[in-house]
Design a protein around this ligand. Structure first.
Ligand SMILES: Cc1cn([C@H]2C[C@H](O)[C@@H](COP(=O)(O)OP(=O)(O)OP(=O)(O)O)O2)c(=O)[nH]c1=O
Length: 200
């Protein structure tokens, strides 16, 4: 039987500057027709909680990317939540050090919100994962900061890089931690008319 999507798929615009998101999509065979990074103010509002924050930012990114009425825009936002505290991308090495000290030896939550827009229709999901960082020594933190790998990463670490050596335990979606939860994203793309799987 032929599915309704056996014709042409709508154009897909990846609204992201993140090479990780592009690579994760490529992992499931999805290659965007265009990449347009959104430009929005990512500062949390006063007292804003992490879940509300990531959901709002992903939605704003999806609205900020220009697209035709039948094009699909895919955006996401990842943040690290330590209790009610939002740890975004560190501004500099000092802030990165402070984040790593706060996360050392503790469990925290990584939240990735995905927002998909096609014309006026919007699909959104927030996917969580729990991550434990081992207790970090001063040498480990200094060594990791020297790699520069913390730059541009929520919570000042990236599980897929050298900081993988700091992570003894996770629960939940690994790809949500890296920046784009693939199971949920594939489902959302299918809902919006851009299925990952094509009938052979
Ligand atoms: C916790 C963690 C975060 N990250 C990354 C994913 C995100 O790219 C980044 C959080 O920043 P985001 O603002 O979510 O994304 P971005 O600025 O990189 O890209 P854009 O807004 O254009 O889509 O942190 C990892 O790569 N690995 C990790 O383990």
């Amino acid at each position: 039987m032929q599915g309704p999507r056996d014709g042409a798929r709508p154009r897909l615009i990846l609204g992201s500057a993140s090479p990780r998101r592009r690579e994760l999509l490529a992992q499931i065979g999805v290659v965007p027709d265009e990449t347009t990074p959104p430009d929005i103010d990512e500062r949390p509002a006063r007292g804003e909680l992490p879940r509300a924050y990531v959901g709002r930012i992903a939605a704003q990114k999806a609205q900020a990317v220009e697209a035709g009425p039948d094009e699909i825009v895919l955006c996401a936002d990842t943040t690290v939540a330590l209790g009610r505290r939002i740890l975004g991308k560190p501004a500099d090495a000092d802030e990165a050090r402070a984040f790593l000290v706060a996360l050392s030896g503790r469990r925290h939550t990584v939240l990735t919100a995905v927002a998909l827009r096609r014309g006026d229709r919007v699909w959104s999901r927030i996917v969580e994962a729990q991550v434990k960082l081992k207790r970090l020594s001063g040498d480990e933190i200094a060594g990791y900061l020297a790699t520069g790998d913390w730059q541009g990463k929520a919570g000042a670490y990236a599980i897929q890089g050298p900081a993988g050596a700091f992570v003894p335990w996770i629960r939940g979606s690994y790809t949500a931690i890296v920046g784009l939860p693939l199971a949920e994203t594939a489902q959302m793309l299918a809902a919006a008319g851009h299925p990952v799987w094509r009938t052979p």
